[in-house]
Design a binder for this molecule. Structure first.
Ligand code: ZN
Length: 564
């Protein structure tokens, strides 16, 4: 495919599919699959289904994106509502075809043409869903939104301003220590006030999820949680091995890093409200505006590799970047893609902070992978599972290091140290979130008070530096309630830590041999999701986070880079 034949973003306007016509097409594909007399005919039917899904996915992605770009446009809002209404019906038809293929007596012939990994993925989909639990899934999602409502309802009167939670959080990294402390007092006061309600929401979620998983024949929710994440080539014992390595290697390193931070800040004690402050100079900021950033990014990618260079020029030529903040545009940053034509799209909200560079390099990693894997045979192989997706984004954050001078000038080295520090300190925290969820779902009858006790223990284990001082609510084990993934995305959080462990290995490789690191990175991106996590990692020469020694080189290089 040459880039000139690709559409401009403004010309990607898929019409809303007529549901009846779509269902009729699904019926026809099912009929043909069942009636086909040869493997060729069956594979042809599978490929028709694949094309249908690409069309539906493209329409769905564009609908979502237009809405994110202007949440006040009534036409975009109603298009998204219609999509949300149609999606479960379409998903149901996809699952029917997956079941049909999984149970087919001709499975071997189809596998030969499209590969076995798609079948493994569908196995997970089918194991995670059954019409028997449909009502419970609806109830689960309603209960999850109760949590979002409590969070969205948080309003604070702080130093004469009316603030919501994200606005208040900014004060928690204020250079003034008293401000940080007071903002923390305000935030945890809100959690204390709503603690019983948050406990009740979580208790109902735990019971509901456990019941669902048992209805499907599992002993606890961990099994269903892993199926939902499509974890094919590892299980809970492997994740346990990973957490142990973080405990043994990163927790001691983290203590030294925190001690160094305490000294830099000139404090007697590093309190919880000081942890977000890297040094007394504040966060480095990029030296220019949006257009300047794009120009710098173009130079950066050109300096890294011809493939990244042409990719980024293509993204600009086809108007696949929306990076400026504006009224009506939703917050946040993400990458989406249009599988019909193989184009990715980056959405962000630049606000002049170092986060702009971080979000941009992160999402560019996702987009580059989406672009490189556009030639994959099946839509199932375009994006890998979540922990593998984040390798591409987090690794690019590290591989762009040599070019950070372009954005931060004299502050580039400080930016790099902060980035590495945050990446390392994230690992123990992610492990505490993950182990907590294992304990909770393996003991679903524990009381809310016992859950707070579990968290408190885990905090002592993974975050021994943590000093809550006079913040009573988190001091008694309430910190986990501010982590939304624990409510809305069970077992998802550790994926970031698994990916970070791989990304840190790319960082080490980049330091040792940059061009080799780029070659391996591009090869990994091109594989998209054609294999499960460990197979992709090993294929790229990475040590699986579940193998002993996965963090050895990383910790050694980090100590040297940070001088600890
Ligand atoms: Zn990401």
């Amino acid at each position: 495919m040459t880039t000139t034949t690709l559409p401009d973003f403004k010309d990607i306007n898929p019409a809303t599919p007529a549901l009846e016509k779509l269902i009729a097409e699904y019926d026809a594909i099912e009929r043909d699959l069942t009636a086909a007399a040869s493997d060729d005919a069956r594979v042809a039917a599978v490929m028709r289904w694949d094309k249908l899904r690409r069309g539906v996915d493209t329409w769905s992605a564009v609908t979502q994106l237009r809405f994110e770009q202007d949440t006040t446009n009534p036409a975009y809002v109603s298009a998204k509502d219609l999509r949300d209404e149609m999606s479960p019906k379409i998903q149901d038809r996809d699952v029917r075809i997956k079941r049909l293929l999984l149970g087919s007596e001709h499975r071997a012939g189809i596998e030969k043409a499209i590969g076995g990994h798609a079948f493994a993925l569908w196995d997970s989909d089918v194991a995670a869903f059954d019409p028997r639990i449909a009502d419970q899934i609806v109830a689960e999602s309603k209960t999850e939104s109760e949590y979002s409502k409590v969070m969205a309802g948080a309003k604070f009167e702080f130093r004469g301003e009316k603030l919501n939670l994200p606005m208040l959080r900014k004060y928690m990294t204020d250079p003034d220590r008293e401000t940080r402390h007071d903002a923390s007092v305000a935030m945890w006061g809100y959690f204390a006030q709503h603690g019983a309600q948050l406990d009740d929401i979580y208790d109902r979620l735990v019971k509901l999820r456990t019941a669902m998983s048992r209805d499907l024949g599992n002993k606890d929710f961990v099994a269903l949680g892993y199926h939902r994440m499509k974890r094919i080539d590892y299980g809970r014992k492997d994740v346990e091995t990973f957490r142990r390595q973080v405990l043994e290697q990163v927790v001691p390193l983290a203590s030294v890093i925190y001690e160094q931070q305490r000294e830099r800040l000139g404090l007697d004690e590093l309190m919880a409200w000081d942890e977000g402050m890297f040094d007394l100079n504040g966060n480095p900021r990029p030296d220019g505006d949006h257009d300047w950033m794009l120009e710098r990014a173009t130079q950066m990618f050109a300096g890294m590799h011809p493939e990244l260079d042409s990719f980024f020029r293509m993204m600009q030529d086809h108007h696949l970047l929306d990076l400026k903040s504006r009224d009506g545009k939703n917050v946040g940053g993400f990458c989406t893609s249009f599988p019909d034509c193989g184009l990715p799209y980056i959405f962000a909200n630049f606000n002049g902070t170092k986060g702009d560079v971080e979000v941009f390099t992160h999402e560019a990693g996702h987009a580059f992978q989406g672009w490189k894997s556009r030639g994959q045979k099946m839509i199932d192989y375009m994006w890998p599972t979540m922990e593998s997706c984040e390798i591409h984004s987090m690794s690019l954050e590290f591989l762009t290091w040599p070019h950070m001078d372009k954005f931060f000038g004299d502050d580039a080295e400080r930016f790099r140290k902060m980035h590495l520090t945050q990446a390392l300190l994230f690992l123990p925290y992610a492990c505490s979130v993950d182990e907590f969820q294992h304990q909770v779902y393996e003991n679903p009858d524990a009381t809310p008070a016992e859950r707070h006790g579990m968290w408190q223990e885990l905090e002592r284990k993974y975050l021994p530096q943590r000093k809550w001082g006079d913040l009573e609510y988190p001091a008694k084990g309430g910190r986990w309630q501010s982590q939304m993934h624990i409510y809305g995305g069970p077992f998802y959080y550790i994926d970031y830590a698994l990916a970070q462990t791989c990304a840190l290995q790319f960082w080490v490789r980049g330091r040792e041999n940059f061009s080799q690191a780029m070659t391996d990175y591009i090869a990994l991106c091109t594989r998209g999701g054609e294999a499960p996590f460990q197979a992709l990692a090993k294929g790229a020469g990475l040590t699986s986070p579940f193998s002993e020694g996965a963090l050895d080189a990383v910790v050694g290089h980090a100590r040297q880079a940070l001088g600890v």
